[in-house]
Design a protein around this ligand. Structure first.
Ligand SMILES: NC(=O)C1=CN([C@@H]2O[C@H](COP(=O)(O)OP(=O)(O)OC[C@H]3O[C@@H](n4cnc5c(N)ncnc54)[C@H](OP(=O)(O)O)[C@@H]3O)[C@@H](O)[C@H]2O)C=CC1
Ligand SMILES: O=C(O)[C@@H]1CCC=N1
Length: 268
């Protein structure tokens, strides 16, 4: 696969970097770039990878992984465009940025793959969706997928679905953490010590997720198994329905997808 440069190694870039290292990729084949020298130093200390400027990284690497915020993408591409050639693969992890945005700013024929990852990649449980741009062939797509497979699962989707993917699995961990926070607060309201409430909620989430994965049963079936007629769960679910929690989730994810779409036009 050659040398991989992670341009803009913040939260998501470091997550991918650590996954590549854990999966056995040699630090010699990995380059990072950062805006702040202290961040670059932190990464070189932690992972023994090389840090360089964006231009140097574009010149040195075969695969360029762009992980800056969507709002910073224009500036980054402008900086490296003169140093990217048709031999490079460009992989973008940015929300909302279409492959066409990058293709139109890079030299003709450069292969671009758009990816939407998520942060559980930090513990090798990531979920990433990949979509090829105009000049990306099956080998390019596989190369991008292999990068992400180092830290989780990978699916291919049509690029038109990437805003939806962003809303569901890209932002998804944040919704789950939000629900966990709310359940912990509920435990505290009910008089449980905070550490006990936290242990109960985190293990319940882990158990429920493992059950879905291992039984393959639909969540509706699993929910019904917990819900005794006239029991405690039915009383709680009735409140969630009365407060339109399901509708709120759908509306929230529609908002995320809309925002992903807006990011393409550089809206701050
Ligand atoms: N966090 C997440 O859960 C997910 C994020 N993404 C996408 O990943 C991308 C990065 O997000 P995230 O990691 O959270 O953001 P971060 O702000 O943590 O990381 C971006 C990094 O890029 C640096 N940077 C900005 N401009 C440049 C530049 N010109 N050259 C070099 N480095 C630069 C920033 O520096 P500085 O620290 O100085 O600001 C920062 O360290 C976004 O496009 C986002 O949409 C996708 C899926 C999930
Ligand atoms: O909030 C964001 O915009 C990024 C994209 C998906 C997760 N975090």
């Amino acid at each position: 696969m050659g040398t991989v440069a992670i341009l803009g190694a913040g939260v998501m870039g470091e997550t991918l970097l650590s996954g590549l290292i854990r999966s056995g990729r040699s630090a010699d084949e990995l380059i990072v770039t950062a805006r702040r020298p202290e961040r670059a130093e932190q990464l070189t200390d932690r992972y023994a990878v090389r840090a360089m400027s964006n231009v140097e990284a574009a010149q040195a690497a075969d695969t360029l992984v762009l992980v800056v915020k969507p709002q910073d993408m224009g500036g980054l591409v402008e900086e490296i465009r003169g140093h990217v050639t048709a031999g490079n693969l460009v992989v973008s992890l940015a929300a909302g940025i279409p492959t066409q945005y990058l293709e139109s700013r890079l030299p003709d024929g450069v292969a671009v793959v758009r990816v939407m990852p998520n942060t559980p990649a930090l513990v090798d449980q990531g979920m990433a969706a990949v979509s090829p741009g105009r000049s990306a062939d099956a080998a390019h797509l596989e190369e991008a997928a292999e990068l992400l497979r180092s830290c989780g699962r990978v699916v291919q989707v049509a690029e038109k679905h990437q805003d939806a993917v962003t809303a569901i699995s890209g932002s998804g961990p944040a919704y789950i953490f939000y629900v966990v926070e709310a359940m912990i607060e509920a435990g505290v309201v009910l008089g449980l010590p905070r550490p006990t409430a936290t242990e109960l909620v985190v293990q319940t989430l882990f158990g429920a997720a493992t059950m879905m994965r291992e039984t393959g049963q639909h969540p509706t079936v699993l929910r019904e198994q917990v819900t005794s007629p006239g029991g405690t769960t039915a009383a709680a679910l009735r409140q969630l329905d009365d407060h339109k929690v399901r509708a709120a989730f759908i509306t929230a994810m529609e908002a995320a997808a809309t925002r992903s779409h807006e990011l393409a036009s550089g809206n701050d």
